[in-house]
Design a protein around this ligand. Structure first.
Ligand SMILES: C[S@@+](CC[C@H](N)C(=O)[O-])C[C@H]1O[C@@H](n2cnc3c(N)ncnc32)[C@H](O)[C@@H]1O
Length: 309
């Protein structure tokens, strides 16, 4: 069924650890005149911290809305990473193509599914480049591409690719931060993480190393509206979230898991981290790792872009 939608027959390409190798592009391309992107092969486990093997509650809510559009069709989770969305969607029985430039991230997706007893029977994982999706025109019913456009130097090319692979009336669904998010505790968390992040880059700035950022200001909605019809959907829910500095922020920074750290060499990273952690110890005492933020996450907005005639 899925075979006919690919540009190349998957049985003709190498399959490593259940991941079809549909692209031979590098894991990341930095400082090139061509398209640049930051793949997460080296980031791996550092990305999700203690949430790595869980089904993230916001993604679980989003998956219910995705299911309404996918029905019996096919979902492409572009830049699926370690499976925050693919796994909840698979749990609802959807047919999913998970595509990412990083084999490592998709191996973590498999681990997340196993840990949660979610079958990947209807999931096909492919190493692919979002800038050149190895899928034929008008083959896919729904695409999601969470948290990836900012990592790419020409994100509009990815949107063009998404548009191309969608069937007529197919949808590209984007999830945005919760408008109803109300923090009720966490000043200490933000003070500590802000201080550490600032000090880390302060150290590196002095030796000429800067954050690597491509398209953080890309006007996704503006660009998508030139091609798609747009509709906003509210996902109503209420979720209490508590997170300590040591849960996600610290493991991510320590393992160079923020994409902005991608060009920081190991030695300079260790020095900057030590400098930042010492600054935090000095300012907050030893307890800052346990500082937590808590908030109620209210309604989420899903922007649904439909491909018209
Ligand atoms: C921030 S993570 C988001 C993962 C997942 N979508 C989520 O919401 O948790 C970004 C992912 O984009 C992938 N990526 C970056 N550039 C890519 C490209 N050109 N093609 C495919 N995947 C890419 C990275 O390897 C990484 O797994």
């Amino acid at each position: 069924m899925m075979k006919s939608i690919f540009k190349t027959d998957p049985s003709k390409v190498e399959c490593i650890n259940s991941i079809y190798q549909m692209s031979d592009m590098p894991d990341k391309v930095l400082d090139s005149e061509d398209d640049c992107y930051i793949g997460y092969e080296e980031i791996g486990e550092g990305y999700s911290g203690i949430t790595r093997l869980t089904l993230p509650p916001d993604a679980v809510e989003c998956s219910k809305l995705i299911a309404e559009y996918v029905k019996d069709g096919i979902l492409l989770d572009l830049a699926c990473g370690d499976g925050a969305y693919t796994v909840p969607c698979a749990k609802l029985g959807m047919k999913v193509i998970g595509g990412d430039i990083s084999n490592k991230m998709m191996s973590l997706l498999i681990e997340r599914a196993e840990k949660n007893n979610v079958s990947l029977d209807k999931v096909m994982l492919c190493r692919m480049n979002a800038l050149d999706i190895p899928i034929n025109d008008e083959s896919i019913d729904c695409v999601i591409a969470n948290s990836v456009l900012h990592l790419i130097s020409h994100p509009e090319k990815v949107v063009d690719e998404i548009y191309r692979v969608l069937k007529k009336d197919g949808v590209f669904i984007c999830f945005d931060d919760a408008p109803g998010r109300g923090a009720y505790g966490g000043n200490q968390y933000y003070d500590a993480t802000g201080e550490i992040y600032r000090r880390y880059w302060e150290y590196l700035g002095k030796i000429g190393i800067k954050e690597k950022k491509y398209s953080w200001k890309f006007d996704r909605n503006g660009y998508c509206e030139t091609k798609f019809n747009k509709e906003e959907r509210l996902i109503s829910w209420n979720h209490e979230h508590v997170e300590k500095v040591e849960d996600i922020f610290l493991p991510r920074l320590s393992s160079r898991g923020f994409s902005a750290q991608t060009t920081v060499p190991e030695k300079e990273h260790k020095e900057a981290l030590q400098y930042a952690l010492e600054a935090a110890d000095k300012r907050f005492g030893e307890g800052w790792r346990k500082y937590s933020v808590s908030f109620t996450q209210g309604d989420m907005v899903a922007t649904v872009f439909t491909k018209g005639e």
